[in-house]
Ligand binder design. Structure first.
Ligand SMILES: Cc1cc2nc3c(=O)[nH]c(=O)nc-3n(C[C@H](O)[C@H](O)[C@H](O)COP(=O)(O)OP(=O)(O)OC[C@H]3O[C@@H](n4cnc5c(N)ncnc54)[C@H](O)[C@@H]3O)c2cc1C
Ligand SMILES: NC(=O)c1ccc[n+]([C@@H]2O[C@H](COP(=O)([O-])OP(=O)(O)OC[C@H]3O[C@@H](n4cnc5c(N)ncnc54)[C@H](O)[C@@H]3O)[C@@H](O)[C@H]2O)c1
Length: 477
């Protein structure tokens, strides 16, 4: 059988891979997507964003019921039907996955079900070996290739952790029974979203975080609001811990850690490991093409999404800088547009713009950030002005009984350009988009302050730091 040749081959049909395939097809390239999964759809749909947020909605409703008395209502939380929660998740995810599978198979590009490995590269093409899903192998060639194989759960070598067979984000999202107590390892988005879910459905939760703050990379004052709110809810919180060992014995799991020189042991029915993810690039032949990568498999990329091999691009969790869907999609699109330019003998011209990078955590209170925060600004020696405003002094959030948290905005002292913003509080993951749009369009704090805001809304809260920053700039000029 002759080897099939494509203009563009994509390893992985998740968020990055699908966005690239759709874009490459639009550019007129003969494109193939190779995906090795049992079930098509990618992480976001099958075991990431969408299933986790579906479960979290049940926790959110449970918290509303818990707080009913504040609103003069009597509502009593009954037993939680975790199988019904899981079944609702399966039903919704089934629909989302069906839709994505149709998109992957509607004939715009070829889909090959199998695991691909980069074999070698000649002057004008790259060869990919495929272990076919249905059995057997196939070899194809492509003028340009995108690596979009995503990430895998990281379970570090901590004494006893592997033997204790910890739960992880995959297990918790699909179990029909949820034990009565959990030790959650980690203080990132997955750990905190799952701690919120477990506490919401009435489980006893203990969170162990290595760093001295939650949500490493965000400003500490923002992360501390979540810490305090979780503690108030009855979640046992430990930051600044050094995990020593995990032991499963007598039907319990015990985790021993050091904190400020003291050795502490906590126990629960189960342990959930949320200690990060690693790029899924181990067995895909990076070294066959001498593609530069870090020890953990993170592929080095240029702003054009090109790897160190001139015909190979990368996008999504395989290359960072942040494992989130909107970046995976944008990177996939940039890679496909640049591959199309090269295919037409032109130089890659499209680049990623990380100025408006977004991050959101679906806890209660929620957290969201866009652009620069104070931590990054200080690290990069960016001169900035800052202003915050608390939700406990804002009409709409007080009416809603959602007073934990604040918004914070950073501006350039020279011209008032918005450099970034953070929000911890009600609807943070929605509120942040006002600032993302303002930044995307190059708005200044003065322009934002003057933009109409309906009253009474949560969104109005942005006008306070914007006005304050406008005044600070006027006072300094
Ligand atoms: C619990 C959880 C919650 C999350 N919540 C959010 C959220 O709220 N918001 C957000 O923005 N992000 C969230 N994320 C992160 C987000 O899901 C990922 O950043 C995103 O899905 C990554 O997309 P990707 O295209 O890089 O990889 P994936 O979607 O994982 O796609 C990779 C594809 O490659 C295939 N593949 C792998 N190896 C091969 C091979 N050798 N050959 C062929 N195919 C291969 C796989 O089968 C898979 O289909 C969450 C992640 C988790 C785990
Ligand atoms: N809402 C969202 O956007 C969302 C939700 C979930 C996941 N995600 C993405 O998925 C990725 C994975 O999430 P995550 O929360 O697992 O990862 P993370 O990297 O954000 O957090 C991992 C946590 O584990 C700790 N840790 C790592 N190794 C350790 C070790 N050896 N010992 C002790 N502690 C250790 C870190 O200090 C950190 O607190 C994230 O990068 C995130 O972007 C996003």
């Amino acid at each position: 059988m002759s080897t099939e040749h494509y203009d563009f081959a994509i390893l992985g049909g998740g968020s990055a891979g699908y966005a690239a395939a759709r874009t490459a097809h639009g550019q007129g390239m003969n494109t193939v997507v190779i995906d090795g999964a049992e079930e098509l759809g990618g992480l976001c749909i099958l075991r990431g964003c969408m299933p986790s947020k579906t479960l979290i909605e049940s926790a959110n409703r449970a918290i509303t019921i818990r707080n009913a008395a504040e609103f003069g209502l009597s509502a009593k939380a009954g037993p939680v039907d975790t199988k019904a929660i899981r079944d609702r998740k399966r039903r919704l995810i089934g629909e989302f996955a069906d839709y994505r599978q149709q998109q992957l198979q509607d004939g715009r590009f070829k889909l090959i079900r199998g695991y691909g490995t980069l074999e070698d590269a000649g002057e004008d093409k790259v060869r990919i070996a495929i272990q076919l899903h249905e059995g057997g192998t196939q070899s194809i060639t492509a003028s340009y290739v995108l690596i979009a194989t995503g990430s895998v759960i990281n379970c570090p070598d901590i004494a006893g952790l592997h033997e204790a067979k910890p739960w992880n984000s995959d297990t918790i999202l699909d179990h029909d029974t949820i034990p009565e107590s959990f030790i959650v390892l980690g203080g990132g988005a997955i750990a905190l979203e799952m701690a919120h879910y477990l506490d919401g459905i009435g489980r006893k939760v203990t969170v162990l975080q290595r760093n001295t703050q939650l949500l490493t990379g965000l400003d500490k004052d923002v992360a501390d609001v979540v810490y305090d709110a979780f503690e108030k809810r009855g979640i046992e919180m430990y930051c600044g811990t050094s995990l020593q060992k995990v032991v499963r014995e007598d039907g319990k799991v015990r985790a021993t850690f050091k904190k400020a020189g003291e050795e502490i042991t906590v126990e629960a029915a189960e342990v959930l490991c949320a200690l990060g993810r690693s790029p899924n690039t181990k067995n895909i032949g990076l070294d066959n093409l001498k593609i530069a990568h870090e020890d953990n498999g993170l592929i080095a990329i240029k702003p054009t999404q090109q790897t160190t091999h001139p015909r190979v691009f990368a996008a999504g969790d395989v290359c960072g800088p942040l494992e989130v869907v909107h970046l995976a999609v944008q990177q996939g699109e940039v890679a496909a547009k640049n591959a199309a330019l090269q295919w037409r003998q032109k130089a890659p011209a499209h680049t990623m713009d990380y100025r408006c990078i977004l991050f959101g955590v679906f806890t209660h209170p929620q957290v969201a950030a866009v652009g620069l925060n104070e931590l990054e600004a200080k690290k990069k020696n960016v001169v900035y002005l800052v202003s915050s405003y608390p939700f406990n002094d804002h009409g709409k959030s007080m009416v809603m009984g959602e007073t934990d948290g604040f918004v914070k905005m950073l501006a350039d002292p020279k011209d008032g350009a918005i450099l970034g913003a953070s929000v911890v509080g009600p609807e943070a993951t929605e509120l942040i988009h006002e600032i993302a749009v303002a930044m995307h369009l190059g708005a200044t704090v003065a322009q934002l302050a003057k933009a109409p805001h309906y009253h009474p809304t949560l969104s109005e809260i942005w006008t306070y730091p914007a006005e304050d920053l406008e005044e600070q700039i006027a006072a300094n000029s």
